[in-house]
Design a binder for this molecule. Structure first.
Ligand code: NAD
Length: 443
Protein backbone atom coordinates (compact mmCIF):
# COMPACT_ATOMS: atom_id res chain seq x y z
CA UNK A 1 0.00 0.00 0.00
CA UNK A 2 1.16 3.51 -0.77
CA UNK A 3 3.44 4.75 1.98
CA UNK A 4 2.83 1.79 4.29
CA UNK A 5 6.37 1.10 5.51
CA UNK A 6 5.43 -2.05 7.40
CA UNK A 7 4.33 -3.93 4.32
CA UNK A 8 7.44 -3.05 2.31
CA UNK A 9 10.95 -4.43 2.58
CA UNK A 10 13.71 -1.88 3.22
CA UNK A 11 14.81 -1.95 -0.40
CA UNK A 12 11.26 -1.69 -1.70
CA UNK A 13 10.65 1.26 0.54
CA UNK A 14 13.79 2.99 -0.75
CA UNK A 15 12.53 2.56 -4.30
CA UNK A 16 9.01 3.65 -3.41
CA UNK A 17 10.24 6.79 -1.72
CA UNK A 18 12.58 7.62 -4.59
CA UNK A 19 9.95 9.46 -6.60
CA UNK A 20 9.03 11.67 -3.68
CA UNK A 21 12.70 12.19 -2.91
CA UNK A 22 13.45 13.12 -6.50
CA UNK A 23 10.68 15.63 -6.54
CA UNK A 24 11.84 17.05 -3.23
CA UNK A 25 15.50 17.32 -4.02
CA UNK A 26 15.25 18.48 -7.60
CA UNK A 27 12.54 21.02 -7.00
CA UNK A 28 10.67 19.88 -10.11
CA UNK A 29 6.92 19.80 -10.61
CA UNK A 30 5.94 17.68 -7.67
CA UNK A 31 2.81 17.68 -5.61
CA UNK A 32 3.53 20.32 -2.98
CA UNK A 33 2.40 17.98 -0.23
CA UNK A 34 4.97 15.33 -1.11
CA UNK A 35 7.74 17.88 -0.97
CA UNK A 36 6.52 19.21 2.34
CA UNK A 37 6.09 15.84 3.92
CA UNK A 38 9.21 14.05 2.65
CA UNK A 39 12.26 15.61 4.20
CA UNK A 40 15.56 13.84 3.54
CA UNK A 41 15.89 13.08 7.24
CA UNK A 42 12.56 11.19 7.16
CA UNK A 43 13.56 8.94 4.31
CA UNK A 44 14.60 5.36 4.84
CA UNK A 45 18.38 5.70 5.14
CA UNK A 46 20.68 4.58 2.40
CA UNK A 47 23.15 2.18 4.00
CA UNK A 48 26.74 2.21 2.89
CA UNK A 49 30.12 0.71 3.62
CA UNK A 50 33.38 2.61 3.26
CA UNK A 51 36.63 1.01 2.02
CA UNK A 52 39.94 2.81 2.53
CA UNK A 53 39.94 5.21 5.48
CA UNK A 54 43.26 6.88 4.68
CA UNK A 55 43.72 10.62 4.12
CA UNK A 56 41.18 11.14 1.36
CA UNK A 57 38.88 8.45 2.69
CA UNK A 58 38.51 10.30 5.98
CA UNK A 59 38.03 13.61 4.15
CA UNK A 60 35.15 12.03 2.23
CA UNK A 61 33.72 10.07 5.14
CA UNK A 62 33.50 13.14 7.34
CA UNK A 63 31.37 14.77 4.65
CA UNK A 64 29.37 11.65 3.76
CA UNK A 65 28.18 11.27 7.35
CA UNK A 66 26.61 14.73 7.10
CA UNK A 67 24.39 13.83 4.12
CA UNK A 68 20.85 13.41 5.48
CA UNK A 69 19.05 10.16 4.78
CA UNK A 70 22.22 8.05 4.76
CA UNK A 71 24.00 5.85 7.29
CA UNK A 72 27.46 4.33 7.26
CA UNK A 73 27.31 0.87 8.77
CA UNK A 74 30.71 -0.65 7.93
CA UNK A 75 34.29 0.52 7.54
CA UNK A 76 37.10 -1.43 5.96
CA UNK A 77 40.84 -0.82 5.80
CA UNK A 78 43.78 -3.20 5.76
CA UNK A 79 45.86 -0.82 7.89
CA UNK A 80 44.63 -0.83 11.52
CA UNK A 81 45.79 2.72 12.43
CA UNK A 82 43.72 4.17 9.57
CA UNK A 83 40.73 2.00 10.43
CA UNK A 84 40.88 3.42 13.95
CA UNK A 85 41.02 6.96 12.59
CA UNK A 86 37.96 6.20 10.48
CA UNK A 87 36.11 4.97 13.56
CA UNK A 88 36.55 8.39 15.14
CA UNK A 89 34.41 9.82 12.33
CA UNK A 90 31.89 7.00 11.96
CA UNK A 91 30.83 5.62 15.30
CA UNK A 92 28.77 2.46 15.83
CA UNK A 93 30.02 0.71 12.74
CA UNK A 94 31.20 -2.81 12.08
CA UNK A 95 34.82 -2.94 10.94
CA UNK A 96 36.66 -5.15 8.48
CA UNK A 97 40.14 -5.53 7.09
CA UNK A 98 38.97 -7.62 4.14
CA UNK A 99 36.48 -5.88 1.82
CA UNK A 100 35.33 -9.28 0.49
CA UNK A 101 34.23 -10.26 3.98
CA UNK A 102 32.44 -6.92 4.30
CA UNK A 103 30.54 -7.55 1.05
CA UNK A 104 29.73 -11.09 2.14
CA UNK A 105 28.41 -10.15 5.59
CA UNK A 106 26.85 -6.73 4.94
CA UNK A 107 24.09 -7.88 2.61
CA UNK A 108 21.92 -4.84 3.34
CA UNK A 109 24.32 -2.27 1.96
CA UNK A 110 22.94 -0.12 -0.83
CA UNK A 111 26.31 1.40 -1.72
CA UNK A 112 30.03 1.08 -1.23
CA UNK A 113 32.44 4.03 -1.20
CA UNK A 114 36.06 3.33 -2.18
CA UNK A 115 39.12 5.48 -1.41
CA UNK A 116 41.97 3.01 -1.67
CA UNK A 117 45.17 3.33 -3.72
CA UNK A 118 44.58 3.34 -7.48
CA UNK A 119 45.39 -0.32 -8.22
CA UNK A 120 42.64 -1.48 -5.84
CA UNK A 121 39.92 0.65 -7.43
CA UNK A 122 39.01 -1.91 -10.10
CA UNK A 123 38.96 -5.12 -8.02
CA UNK A 124 36.95 -3.58 -5.17
CA UNK A 125 34.56 -1.66 -7.44
CA UNK A 126 33.86 -4.69 -9.62
CA UNK A 127 33.31 -7.01 -6.63
CA UNK A 128 30.97 -4.44 -5.05
CA UNK A 129 29.00 -4.06 -8.30
CA UNK A 130 28.70 -7.82 -8.58
CA UNK A 131 27.47 -7.93 -4.99
CA UNK A 132 24.64 -5.63 -6.12
CA UNK A 133 25.94 -2.33 -4.73
CA UNK A 134 26.23 1.08 -6.31
CA UNK A 135 29.76 2.40 -6.00
CA UNK A 136 31.37 5.76 -5.39
CA UNK A 137 35.06 5.35 -6.22
CA UNK A 138 37.79 7.93 -5.92
CA UNK A 139 39.57 9.08 -9.06
CA UNK A 140 41.29 8.00 -11.24
CA UNK A 141 38.86 5.29 -12.35
CA UNK A 142 41.54 2.59 -12.65
CA UNK A 143 45.22 1.96 -13.25
CA UNK A 144 44.93 0.48 -16.76
CA UNK A 145 42.65 0.98 -19.75
CA UNK A 146 41.57 -2.66 -19.58
CA UNK A 147 40.59 -2.29 -15.91
CA UNK A 148 38.52 0.79 -16.77
CA UNK A 149 36.69 -1.22 -19.41
CA UNK A 150 36.07 -4.07 -16.95
CA UNK A 151 34.45 -1.60 -14.54
CA UNK A 152 32.21 -0.18 -17.27
CA UNK A 153 31.23 -3.72 -18.35
CA UNK A 154 30.47 -4.78 -14.77
CA UNK A 155 28.36 -1.67 -14.27
CA UNK A 156 26.38 -2.38 -17.44
CA UNK A 157 25.92 -6.07 -16.62
CA UNK A 158 24.79 -5.51 -13.04
CA UNK A 159 22.70 -2.40 -13.67
CA UNK A 160 24.49 -0.75 -10.75
CA UNK A 161 26.30 2.51 -11.32
CA UNK A 162 29.69 3.90 -10.47
CA UNK A 163 30.32 7.55 -9.64
CA UNK A 164 33.92 8.74 -9.67
CA UNK A 165 35.46 11.38 -7.41
CA UNK A 166 36.16 14.16 -9.90
CA UNK A 167 34.73 16.77 -7.58
CA UNK A 168 35.21 19.69 -9.99
CA UNK A 169 32.18 18.36 -11.88
CA UNK A 170 30.07 19.11 -8.82
CA UNK A 171 31.70 22.45 -8.03
CA UNK A 172 29.39 25.46 -8.66
CA UNK A 173 32.40 27.53 -9.79
CA UNK A 174 33.07 25.15 -12.68
CA UNK A 175 29.41 25.04 -13.66
CA UNK A 176 29.36 28.82 -13.70
CA UNK A 177 32.52 28.91 -15.83
CA UNK A 178 31.05 26.42 -18.28
CA UNK A 179 27.89 28.46 -18.62
CA UNK A 180 29.92 31.60 -19.36
CA UNK A 181 31.88 29.74 -22.00
CA UNK A 182 29.07 27.78 -23.65
CA UNK A 183 25.99 29.95 -23.30
CA UNK A 184 27.46 33.44 -23.08
CA UNK A 185 30.40 32.75 -25.40
CA UNK A 186 32.76 34.93 -23.34
CA UNK A 187 35.89 33.29 -24.76
CA UNK A 188 34.90 33.30 -28.41
CA UNK A 189 36.52 30.31 -30.07
CA UNK A 190 38.73 28.30 -27.70
CA UNK A 191 42.03 27.47 -29.36
CA UNK A 192 44.37 26.63 -26.48
CA UNK A 193 44.16 25.34 -22.92
CA UNK A 194 46.88 25.31 -20.32
CA UNK A 195 46.57 23.33 -17.13
CA UNK A 196 49.18 22.63 -14.52
CA UNK A 197 49.85 21.47 -10.99
CA UNK A 198 53.18 22.62 -9.63
CA UNK A 199 54.52 21.74 -6.21
CA UNK A 200 57.80 21.86 -4.41
CA UNK A 201 58.17 18.69 -2.42
CA UNK A 202 59.00 15.03 -2.64
CA UNK A 203 55.39 13.76 -2.38
CA UNK A 204 56.70 11.26 0.17
CA UNK A 205 54.89 10.36 3.35
CA UNK A 206 56.63 9.33 6.56
CA UNK A 207 56.64 5.57 7.10
CA UNK A 208 56.46 4.19 10.67
CA UNK A 209 59.47 2.14 11.69
CA UNK A 210 57.40 -0.56 13.38
CA UNK A 211 54.71 -2.60 11.67
CA UNK A 212 51.42 -1.82 13.48
CA UNK A 213 50.00 -5.00 15.07
CA UNK A 214 47.38 -6.79 13.02
CA UNK A 215 48.70 -5.55 9.63
CA UNK A 216 48.90 -8.20 6.92
CA UNK A 217 50.49 -6.51 3.91
CA UNK A 218 51.40 -9.61 1.93
CA UNK A 219 47.75 -10.65 1.64
CA UNK A 220 47.08 -7.41 -0.26
CA UNK A 221 50.22 -7.48 -2.41
CA UNK A 222 52.24 -4.76 -0.66
CA UNK A 223 55.96 -5.57 -0.29
CA UNK A 224 56.36 -3.51 2.87
CA UNK A 225 54.97 -0.46 4.67
CA UNK A 226 56.82 1.88 2.29
CA UNK A 227 54.82 0.45 -0.64
CA UNK A 228 51.55 0.83 1.25
CA UNK A 229 52.10 4.33 2.61
CA UNK A 230 53.89 5.68 -0.48
CA UNK A 231 51.84 3.77 -3.05
CA UNK A 232 51.74 6.91 -5.25
CA UNK A 233 55.45 6.53 -6.02
CA UNK A 234 55.32 3.00 -7.46
CA UNK A 235 54.13 1.88 -10.87
CA UNK A 236 52.30 -1.19 -9.65
CA UNK A 237 49.94 0.99 -7.63
CA UNK A 238 50.03 4.41 -9.31
CA UNK A 239 50.23 6.35 -12.54
CA UNK A 240 52.11 9.13 -10.73
CA UNK A 241 51.39 12.80 -11.44
CA UNK A 242 49.17 12.01 -14.43
CA UNK A 243 46.68 9.83 -12.52
CA UNK A 244 46.94 11.59 -9.18
CA UNK A 245 46.80 15.24 -10.25
CA UNK A 246 46.34 15.67 -13.99
CA UNK A 247 43.28 13.41 -14.18
CA UNK A 248 41.15 16.00 -12.37
CA UNK A 249 42.21 18.77 -14.69
CA UNK A 250 42.01 16.83 -17.94
CA UNK A 251 38.59 15.62 -16.86
CA UNK A 252 37.55 19.29 -16.87
CA UNK A 253 39.11 19.75 -20.31
CA UNK A 254 37.17 16.77 -21.70
CA UNK A 255 33.98 17.95 -20.00
CA UNK A 256 34.23 21.57 -21.17
CA UNK A 257 35.28 20.67 -24.73
CA UNK A 258 32.80 17.75 -24.89
CA UNK A 259 35.60 15.82 -26.53
CA UNK A 260 38.48 13.45 -25.97
CA UNK A 261 41.97 14.00 -27.33
CA UNK A 262 43.13 12.95 -30.78
CA UNK A 263 46.79 12.52 -29.85
CA UNK A 264 49.31 13.04 -27.09
CA UNK A 265 53.05 13.37 -26.75
CA UNK A 266 55.18 14.21 -23.77
CA UNK A 267 58.33 14.17 -21.76
CA UNK A 268 58.85 13.12 -18.19
CA UNK A 269 61.49 11.75 -15.92
CA UNK A 270 62.78 10.93 -12.50
CA UNK A 271 65.20 13.81 -12.62
CA UNK A 272 65.24 15.34 -9.14
CA UNK A 273 63.81 13.02 -6.50
CA UNK A 274 66.06 10.06 -7.19
CA UNK A 275 64.95 8.20 -4.08
CA UNK A 276 63.84 4.84 -5.43
CA UNK A 277 60.51 6.04 -6.77
CA UNK A 278 59.27 4.58 -10.05
CA UNK A 279 56.93 7.32 -11.27
CA UNK A 280 58.01 10.55 -13.00
CA UNK A 281 58.72 13.52 -10.75
CA UNK A 282 57.90 15.88 -13.65
CA UNK A 283 55.71 15.62 -16.74
CA UNK A 284 55.22 17.97 -19.71
CA UNK A 285 52.48 16.83 -22.03
CA UNK A 286 50.92 18.16 -25.22
CA UNK A 287 47.48 17.02 -26.38
CA UNK A 288 45.72 17.71 -29.63
CA UNK A 289 41.90 17.92 -29.49
CA UNK A 290 39.38 18.27 -32.33
CA UNK A 291 39.15 21.65 -34.15
CA UNK A 292 42.86 22.28 -33.71
CA UNK A 293 42.65 22.85 -29.95
CA UNK A 294 45.98 22.25 -28.18
CA UNK A 295 46.23 21.47 -24.48
CA UNK A 296 49.52 21.90 -22.67
CA UNK A 297 49.79 20.15 -19.32
CA UNK A 298 52.66 20.25 -16.84
CA UNK A 299 53.15 18.90 -13.35
CA UNK A 300 56.40 19.40 -11.50
CA UNK A 301 57.66 18.80 -7.97
CA UNK A 302 60.51 21.30 -7.74
CA UNK A 303 58.81 24.72 -7.96
CA UNK A 304 55.46 25.76 -6.53
CA UNK A 305 55.24 29.30 -7.94
CA UNK A 306 52.42 28.51 -10.36
CA UNK A 307 50.40 26.39 -7.92
CA UNK A 308 47.55 24.76 -9.82
CA UNK A 309 45.00 25.99 -12.31
CA UNK A 310 43.21 25.41 -15.59
CA UNK A 311 43.29 28.22 -18.17
CA UNK A 312 40.99 28.31 -21.19
CA UNK A 313 42.12 30.63 -23.99
CA UNK A 314 39.85 31.82 -26.78
CA UNK A 315 40.10 34.50 -29.42
CA UNK A 316 37.91 36.79 -27.25
CA UNK A 317 39.04 35.99 -23.75
CA UNK A 318 40.79 33.85 -21.16
CA UNK A 319 39.21 32.04 -18.25
CA UNK A 320 41.44 31.12 -15.35
CA UNK A 321 40.28 28.65 -12.69
CA UNK A 322 42.75 28.58 -9.84
CA UNK A 323 42.93 26.03 -7.02
CA UNK A 324 39.30 24.97 -7.51
CA UNK A 325 38.16 28.12 -5.74
CA UNK A 326 38.87 31.25 -7.79
CA UNK A 327 37.72 32.13 -11.28
CA UNK A 328 38.82 35.13 -13.32
CA UNK A 329 37.77 36.15 -16.81
CA UNK A 330 40.05 38.36 -18.93
CA UNK A 331 38.65 39.75 -22.16
CA UNK A 332 40.87 40.32 -25.16
CA UNK A 333 41.34 43.96 -26.12
CA UNK A 334 39.74 43.40 -29.51
CA UNK A 335 36.65 41.69 -28.07
CA UNK A 336 33.41 43.65 -27.88
CA UNK A 337 32.50 44.76 -24.35
CA UNK A 338 29.99 42.52 -22.57
CA UNK A 339 26.75 44.24 -21.55
CA UNK A 340 27.37 43.57 -17.85
CA UNK A 341 31.15 43.99 -17.88
CA UNK A 342 31.36 47.40 -16.22
CA UNK A 343 29.16 46.30 -13.30
CA UNK A 344 31.21 43.19 -12.61
CA UNK A 345 33.47 42.78 -9.61
CA UNK A 346 37.12 42.93 -10.79
CA UNK A 347 40.38 41.66 -9.38
CA UNK A 348 43.98 41.45 -10.53
CA UNK A 349 46.14 38.47 -11.28
CA UNK A 350 49.78 39.03 -12.21
CA UNK A 351 49.11 42.69 -12.95
CA UNK A 352 46.08 42.11 -15.20
CA UNK A 353 42.55 43.00 -14.22
CA UNK A 354 39.92 40.34 -14.71
CA UNK A 355 36.24 39.80 -13.97
CA UNK A 356 35.70 37.73 -10.84
CA UNK A 357 33.50 34.67 -11.29
CA UNK A 358 30.99 34.52 -8.50
CA UNK A 359 29.35 31.14 -8.57
CA UNK A 360 26.99 32.15 -5.77
CA UNK A 361 25.63 35.02 -7.87
CA UNK A 362 23.36 32.62 -9.74
CA UNK A 363 21.28 30.10 -7.80
CA UNK A 364 23.14 26.83 -8.12
CA UNK A 365 20.15 24.55 -7.56
CA UNK A 366 18.92 25.59 -10.99
CA UNK A 367 22.33 25.20 -12.58
CA UNK A 368 22.71 21.67 -11.31
CA UNK A 369 19.65 20.76 -13.35
CA UNK A 370 18.53 17.15 -13.37
CA UNK A 371 21.78 15.71 -12.19
CA UNK A 372 22.24 17.72 -9.05
CA UNK A 373 20.36 17.01 -5.87
CA UNK A 374 19.12 20.56 -6.15
CA UNK A 375 18.42 21.55 -2.60
CA UNK A 376 21.63 22.02 -0.75
CA UNK A 377 20.54 20.12 2.28
CA UNK A 378 23.98 20.50 3.85
CA UNK A 379 22.98 24.10 4.61
CA UNK A 380 25.21 27.05 5.34
CA UNK A 381 27.60 25.12 7.57
CA UNK A 382 28.47 22.67 4.79
CA UNK A 383 28.93 25.54 2.33
CA UNK A 384 31.60 27.15 4.52
CA UNK A 385 33.66 24.00 4.20
CA UNK A 386 36.69 24.53 1.91
CA UNK A 387 36.04 21.04 0.58
CA UNK A 388 32.36 21.74 -0.09
CA UNK A 389 32.49 20.11 -3.58
CA UNK A 390 33.27 16.80 -1.85
CA UNK A 391 30.04 17.21 0.06
CA UNK A 392 28.17 18.11 -3.13
CA UNK A 393 29.46 15.11 -5.08
CA UNK A 394 28.51 12.76 -2.24
CA UNK A 395 25.12 14.36 -1.78
CA UNK A 396 24.46 13.80 -5.47
CA UNK A 397 25.78 10.23 -5.31
CA UNK A 398 23.30 9.33 -2.59
CA UNK A 399 20.52 11.12 -4.47
CA UNK A 400 21.38 8.98 -7.51
CA UNK A 401 21.19 5.82 -5.39
CA UNK A 402 17.80 6.82 -4.06
CA UNK A 403 16.39 7.87 -7.40
CA UNK A 404 18.05 5.25 -9.59
CA UNK A 405 19.53 8.12 -11.57
CA UNK A 406 22.77 7.88 -13.58
CA UNK A 407 25.51 10.02 -12.01
CA UNK A 408 26.96 12.93 -13.96
CA UNK A 409 30.50 11.65 -13.43
CA UNK A 410 29.76 8.00 -14.10
CA UNK A 411 32.18 5.22 -15.04
CA UNK A 412 32.03 6.07 -18.74
CA UNK A 413 32.83 9.76 -18.27
CA UNK A 414 35.60 8.87 -15.82
CA UNK A 415 36.97 6.27 -18.20
CA UNK A 416 37.45 8.94 -20.87
CA UNK A 417 39.51 10.97 -18.40
CA UNK A 418 41.43 7.92 -17.25
CA UNK A 419 42.34 6.95 -20.82
CA UNK A 420 43.38 10.56 -21.46
CA UNK A 421 45.99 10.48 -18.67
CA UNK A 422 47.05 6.84 -18.97
CA UNK A 423 47.98 7.37 -22.61
CA UNK A 424 50.12 10.39 -21.69
CA UNK A 425 52.20 8.14 -19.44
CA UNK A 426 52.45 5.67 -22.28
CA UNK A 427 53.58 8.37 -24.74
CA UNK A 428 56.27 9.51 -22.30
CA UNK A 429 57.41 5.94 -21.66
CA UNK A 430 57.58 5.04 -25.35
CA UNK A 431 58.94 8.47 -26.32
CA UNK A 432 56.43 8.74 -29.15
CA UNK A 433 53.23 10.46 -30.21
CA UNK A 434 50.18 8.30 -29.48
CA UNK A 435 46.92 8.54 -31.40
CA UNK A 436 43.72 7.97 -29.44
CA UNK A 437 42.17 5.32 -31.65
CA UNK A 438 38.47 4.51 -31.18
CA UNK A 439 39.18 1.11 -29.64
CA UNK A 440 40.78 2.81 -26.62
CA UNK A 441 37.38 4.18 -25.58
CA UNK A 442 35.22 1.33 -26.88
CA UNK A 443 33.71 -1.08 -24.35
N1 NAD B 1 39.45 13.70 -5.23
C1 NAD B 1 40.52 14.20 -4.66
O1 NAD B 1 40.72 15.41 -4.62
C2 NAD B 1 41.54 13.27 -4.07
C3 NAD B 1 42.53 13.77 -3.22
C4 NAD B 1 43.45 12.87 -2.67
C5 NAD B 1 43.35 11.51 -2.98
N2 NAD B 1 42.38 11.06 -3.80
C6 NAD B 1 42.28 9.63 -4.14
O2 NAD B 1 41.86 8.92 -2.98
C7 NAD B 1 42.43 7.61 -2.99
C8 NAD B 1 43.20 7.38 -1.69
O3 NAD B 1 44.22 8.35 -1.57
P1 NAD B 1 44.80 8.71 -0.11
O4 NAD B 1 45.64 9.90 -0.24
O5 NAD B 1 43.69 8.72 0.87
O6 NAD B 1 45.72 7.43 0.17
P2 NAD B 1 46.05 6.82 1.58
O7 NAD B 1 47.24 5.95 1.41
O8 NAD B 1 46.11 7.90 2.61
O9 NAD B 1 44.77 5.94 1.92
C9 NAD B 1 44.49 4.74 1.26
C10 NAD B 1 43.91 3.78 2.28
O10 NAD B 1 43.51 2.58 1.63
C11 NAD B 1 43.92 1.47 2.44
N3 NAD B 1 44.05 0.30 1.58
C12 NAD B 1 45.05 -0.03 0.72
N4 NAD B 1 44.75 -1.16 0.06
C13 NAD B 1 43.55 -1.58 0.54
C14 NAD B 1 42.71 -2.70 0.27
N5 NAD B 1 43.05 -3.64 -0.63
N6 NAD B 1 41.56 -2.81 0.96
C15 NAD B 1 41.20 -1.87 1.88
N7 NAD B 1 41.94 -0.81 2.19
C16 NAD B 1 43.10 -0.65 1.50
C17 NAD B 1 45.23 1.94 3.05
O11 NAD B 1 45.56 1.19 4.19
C18 NAD B 1 44.92 3.39 3.36
O12 NAD B 1 44.34 3.55 4.63
C19 NAD B 1 43.30 7.54 -4.24
O13 NAD B 1 42.58 6.95 -5.28
C20 NAD B 1 43.57 9.00 -4.56
O14 NAD B 1 43.81 9.22 -5.93
C21 NAD B 1 41.47 11.92 -4.34
Amino acid sequence: MDGDRKTLSRREFLRESAAAAAAFSMGVAAPARAAEETKPADLEPILYGFVGTGNQGRRLLSRAVRVPGTRVVALCDIYPPNLEEGMKIAKDVRTYQDYREMLEKERDLDAVLVATPLHWHAPITIDALRAGKHVFCEKTLARTVEECKEIVRASRETGKFVQVGHQRRYNPLYEHALKLIKKDGVLGRITHIRALWHRNGSWRRAVPEEMPPGTNLALWGYEDLEHLINWRLYRKSSGGLMTELASHQLDVVNWFLEATPLSVMGLGGIDYWEDGREVYDNVSVLYEYPNGVKVVYTSITTNAYDDYYEQFMGDEGTLLLTKETQGLLFREVRAEKLAWERFAHKDKSRGKEGIVLDAQATPDKKKRRGRGAGKQVGGKEAQKDPFYPYYLELEDFFACVREGRKPFCDAEAAMRSAVTVLMANEAIKRDTKIEFTEDLFAV
